[in-house]
Ligand binder design. Structure first.
Ligand code: SF4
Ligand code: SF4
Length: 111
């Protein structure tokens, strides 16, 4: 099992989570983070640290797509181990629908 970052991280990226991870398995993209599913040791300490509840255990329903998403991008993005400032509109963007669209735009993958 692993924990994964889901879409409410998009455009928030508070990065509180990276400070607590004992194995440094968070990876940083343009507007969100992901967890490497093979490196995560399922300790669970990051989950309550996320201010927007974006980190979920893969034991919850319908998490398979997020495991694959986290795996894909953790293999492409650089590791992040220290906290940095959240994105400028983070508070405003919390809970906004259609965040995947923002992700696709930032990733240059079209709408
Ligand atoms: S704390 Fe939550 S919103 Fe912030 S970077 Fe980590 S997963 Fe994303
Ligand atoms: S569950 Fe533990 S090992 Fe996995 S990402 Fe969170 S802090 Fe890191």
């Amino acid at each position: 099992m692993t924990y994964v970052v889901t879409d409410n991280c998009i455009a928030c990226k508070y990065t509180d989570c990276v400070e607590v991870c004992p194995v440094d398995c968070f990876y940083e993209g343009e507007n969100m983070l992901v967890i490497h599913p093979d490196e995560c040791i399922d300790c669970g300490v990051c989950e309550p640290e996320c201010p927007v509840d974006a980190i979920r255990p893969d034991t919850e329903p319908d998490m398979e797509q997020w495991v694959e998403f986290n795996r894909k991008y953790s293999e492409q993005w650089p590791v992040i181990v220290t906290k940095k400032d959240a994105l400028p509109d983070a508070d405003e963007m919390d809970g906004k629908p259609e965040k995947m669209k923002l992700f696709s735009e930032a990733a240059g993958e079209g709408g």
